[in-house]
Ligand binder design. Structure first.
Ligand SMILES: Cc1cc2nc3c(=O)[nH]c(=O)nc-3n(C[C@H](O)[C@H](O)[C@H](O)COP(=O)(O)OP(=O)(O)OC[C@H]3O[C@@H](n4cnc5c(N)ncnc54)[C@H](O)[C@@H]3O)c2cc1C
Length: 361
């Protein structure tokens, strides 16, 4: 991008939008981050913030995932220096539990698969398992430990990214909806509506980070909402990310989060009694005494076609970019996504192979 201090609008202030605004501000852009909600991104607030380590593979998608995972530790330190906010990055390790022989055999295969690809993974027998996680149910037969799994607090991460971006001059406008976009070679016209009315604003570039709503602004991008509900519990502490079946639990320092349901209910953000029962049943199965539910939350994961996010310059080059479809790994992949998009806009190249992430698929 030729001009000095290019003006860039980031549309959607979820974890992807906050990450993009942060890295753009660091690269000297004049950033405007808008969100139609007064309190953006219920999805980030429902997320557990688990950063599961990825094994093997040197294809562009696997490399992106691994680099995204690795970025969190240094970013957490940098954000603490910049803002004083501790984003809660912790290398907790992940523990997958076996309650029957089928679980055990599947996990032993997973350990071998990971070890063959250079990732750390170990089997824990029942004695080691209970020493590692004293509050687990005694009926667990063993577990697979993945020491490289980590966690970050999604809400604090978004807050820190935003605070650091603001300190660099980025502005955030909530309760402001972008209703349409028109691009030409030199920039993007955005129609923005808020309580003061509707107007067209001109930017040098625009990044659409509107999660499952992306199709409203960029109809060629196919991402759908998949609701996930999680619960906050007290009465049990975990040291690791504990997983079994489709559920996982992680401690945030004061409470334990258990998640998450996977529900095809469109854009419905309600929490339900059925989901609360499902998570409580999971807690009863996994721990020696049942944790007590304090609060349920729901979010809409943006699910893309073919399992990989859309991180792309529309029509191959700027000035209109889209970054969404991170589904179950938006917290994990958000910062690297923002970093790559910022570089793409400001330097004219993403700096890595982004071919898995094109709109066409
Ligand atoms: C229960 C649950 C658990 C999860 N656990 C994990 C986990 O452990 N690890 C992990 O990595 N990920 C996890 N995820 C996934 C992760 O939370 C999501 O992938 C991520 O939050 C998506 O972020 P986003 O910025 O793309 O979308 P969003 O957070 O949905 O942000 C999009 C924003 O765009 C705004 N918007 C939409 N349209 C417009 C418009 N026209 N104008 C202005 N603003 C607009 C919306 O108001 C919204 O705030 C979980 C998700 C759920 C629901």
């Amino acid at each position: 991008m030729a001009s000095q201090a290019p003006r860039v609008i980031v549309i959607g202030a979820g974890i992807i939008g906050c990450s993009t605004a942060y890295y753009l501000a660091h690269k000297g852009a004049t950033v405007t981050l808008v969100d139609r909600d007064a309190d953006p991104s219920p999805t980030s607030r429902a997320a557990l913030g688990v950063l599961a380590h990825a094994h093997g593979g040197n294809d562009a998608l696997s490399c992106f995932y691994r680099d995204a995972h690795a970025l969190h530790e240094s970013l957490a330190a940098r954000l603490y220096t910049e803002t004083g906010i501790d984003v809660g990055w912790q290398p907790l390790g992940g523990l997958d539990l076996a309650f029957d022989d089928d679980d055990a055999s599947r996990l032993r295969q997973l350990i071998t698969f990971n070890q063959d690809r250079g990732a750390e993974a170990h089997w824990l027998d029942p004695a080691l398992l209970r020493a590692s996680e004293p509050e687990l149910s005694p009926t667990a037969l063993g577990g697979a430990l993945f020491p490289q799994d980590a966690r970050v607090d999604p809400v604090r991460l978004a807050a820190a990214l935003l605070a650091a971006a603001s300190a660099l001059g980025a502005s955030r406008r909530t309760a402001s909806v972008v209703t349409s976009l028109t691009r030409d070679d030199a920039g993007v016209d955005c129609t923005v509506a808020d309580s003061t009315g509707e107007r067209v604003e001109r930017y040098d570039a625009a990044v659409v980070t509107t999660g499952p709503w992306v199709g409203e602004l960029v109809p060629d991008v196919h991402v759908r909402p998949v609701r996930g509900q999680s619960g906050r519990f007290v009465g049990v502490q975990t040291r690791h990310v504990v997983r079994w079946g489709n559920g996982q639990a992680v401690n945030d320092g004061t409470q334990m989060l258990i998640g998450a349901t996977v529900e095809e209910v469109g854009f419905d953000l309600s929490t339900t009694a059925a989901a609360a029962s499902e998570l409580m049943a999971w807690g009863r199965r996994v721990f020696m005494r049942p944790p007590s539910l304090v609060q349920m939350s729901a979010g809409l994961r943006p699910k893309p076609r073919r399992g990989r996010p859309v991180i792309a310059a529309l029509e191959g080059s700027g000035p209109l970019y889209v970054a969404t479809g991170h589904y179950k790994n938006g917290v994990l992949m958000g910062p690297l996504t923002g970093k790559v998009v910022a570089r793409w806009i400001i330097d004219g190249s993403p700096g890595r192979d982004m071919s898995p992430f094109t709109v066409e698929r």
